[in-house]
Design a protein around this ligand. Sequence first.
Ligand SMILES: Nc1ncnc2c1ncn2[C@@H]1O[C@H](COP(=O)(O)OP(=O)(O)OP(=O)(O)O)[C@@H](O)[C@H]1O
Length: 249
Amino acid sequence: MTTELLAVRGLAKAFGLSNVLEDVSFSVMPGEIVGLLGPNGSGKSTALNVISGFLPRSAGTITFAGRDISDAPVHAITDLGLVRTFQLPSMPHRMTVREVLKAGKRDDGGRFAPVAYGPEIDVLLQEFRLAHVAGHAASALSGGQKKLLSVATALRANPKLLCLDEPTAGVHVSLRSDLVGVLRNYVAQGGACLVVEHDMLFIRDLCTRCIVLDRGNIIADCLPGELENNPRVVEAYLGKAIEKGGMAQ
Ligand SMILES: Nc1ncnc2c1ncn2[C@@H]1O[C@H](COP(=O)(O)OP(=O)(O)OP(=O)(O)O)[C@@H](O)[C@H]1O
């Protein structure tokens, strides 16, 4: 029997009197690419923030790679192999794109180290169409390029679980199918992915399973192709029919 890579049980998060996550339970198995979907404000980023240790939980437990990480600090969670990106990545001024990628490396012990391991920098620069800006200050990239660099850097860390927060936002549509290919390749080599995203075409192409949040609760856990026939999902998206890519906000 395969063991869960990530297991979230009864997760709750409140900001003051506002219950943003109420009772959230789900798992990610090795080799899965799970989409975490839902309308704006449904709690997707908050869930990622709590799972990755950037916010404390109010209740519930989180287990990753067989370890209880419910109260673990970010660096310990990262060292276990759970690496995440952000909705609005910020990049350093005094590092080039190549240097940022170089710094993102983990060695076998799980510690970050600028050593050769996992995908090569030049391969990533090509795959993410960043080769022509490899020598530029990372802070000078466009918003979409920063997003791509953040995903490439996270991949370079060779994580067991890659958590992505809206990886296609700001990224040109022509690059989205490339991104699907890169992420599938990473998962085929032993990774797993949890991805918050609004672009339904991207989700359909990429994900093996989808979890839908609405007002802090899971309302669906199904195959991507089952979303548009799920009445609770359709209702959560303001009752609109889910057309091609139409569930995006
Ligand atoms: N630090 C915070 N303090 C107070 N409220 C917060 C905080 N962070 C998030 N929230 C609230 O939690 C709710 C869920 O926010 P969250 O960013 O998780 O939603 P989301 O599903 O990721 O939305 P979107 O798709 O728009 O990015 C929102 O109402 C938001 O205002």
